[in-house]
Write a protein that binds this ligand. Structure first.
Ligand code: AMP
Length: 219
């Protein structure tokens, strides 16, 4: 089974995708995490995307497409399904991933979007902290770590992403509206999109989301 999870920045998509991966034994493929790993490793590609990401703009389709393609081929060869987090993010990326899955005799079985009023997101994003080791996500208001500045899971250091600042947040929300929403409308028109209200606690969203995937799995 291959799933894609959507939602504007700050909708809780990364947290829910991590849980889906664990619960349904799917590989969690986050394009943002893959790009951040390239930056952290200081690769040539990482240096190329650094400034674009800092501004909150989308990285060119070709760069993300190649990274994701490698990952999909690897998961497919090992017989594992994928939960896509943050990919595809526009019509061109959707067409690319659908074509690739078709060649592998697979498909995007389900797309879910987390619905939330963008007005509520800026506060969520500015209070977000991420572990610099295992990428576990915290929120200083609703999901704070037991020890300040330290990851509960691995003891790593909690940092603020450099695109979780007001200027970059605004840009990311614009990218979402202009690039991702038209793609979601296309999936919706084809009857492939499920919507879940995300203006609730992590556990409430999780109950609806996991229930939906269980029902879809049973067919
Ligand atoms: P995310 O962690 O999903 O919020 O992504 C963080 C940043 O990585 C985005 O603001 C983009 O700069 C870049 N990025 C992640 N996924 C994609 C994608 N599918 N296409 C283009 N850029 C992406």
């Amino acid at each position: 089974m291959n799933l894609a999870l959507y939602g504007p920045p700050g909708s809780g998509k990364g947290t829910q995708a991590q849980r889906l991966g664990d619960r349904f034994q799917l590989d969690h493929v986050s394009s943002g995490d893959i790009l951040r790993a390239e930056r952290k490793a200081g690769t040539e590609l990482g240096r190329k995307v650094e400034e674009i990401m800092k501004r909150g703009e989308l990285v060119p389709d070709e760069i993300v497409g190649e990274l994701i393609q490698k990952k999909i081929q690897q998961c497919h060869a090992e017989g594992r399904g994928v939960i896509f987090d943050g990919y595809p993010r526009n019509m061109r990326q959707l067409q690319r991933v659908e074509a690739l899955l078709k060649v592998l005799d697979a498909q995007l079985d389900c797309a879910v979007t987390l619905d939330i009023d963008p007005e509520k997101l800026t506060e969520r994003l500015t209070s977000r902290r991420v572990c610099d080791q295992c990428q576990h996500v915290y929120n200083l208001i609703s999901h704070s770590p037991k020890v300040e500045g330290q990851c509960d899971q691995c003891g790593g250091r909690l940092i603020q992403r450099n695109d979780d600042r007001p200027e970059a947040i605004r840009r990311r929300l614009v990218e979402y509206r202009e690039q991702t929403e038209p793609m979601l409308r296309d999936l919706d028109n084809r009857g492939r999109l499920h919507r879940i209200a995300a203006d609730r606690s992590i556990d409430e969203v999780w109950n609806d989301l996991s229930g939906l995937i269980e029902r879809l799995q049973k067919g």
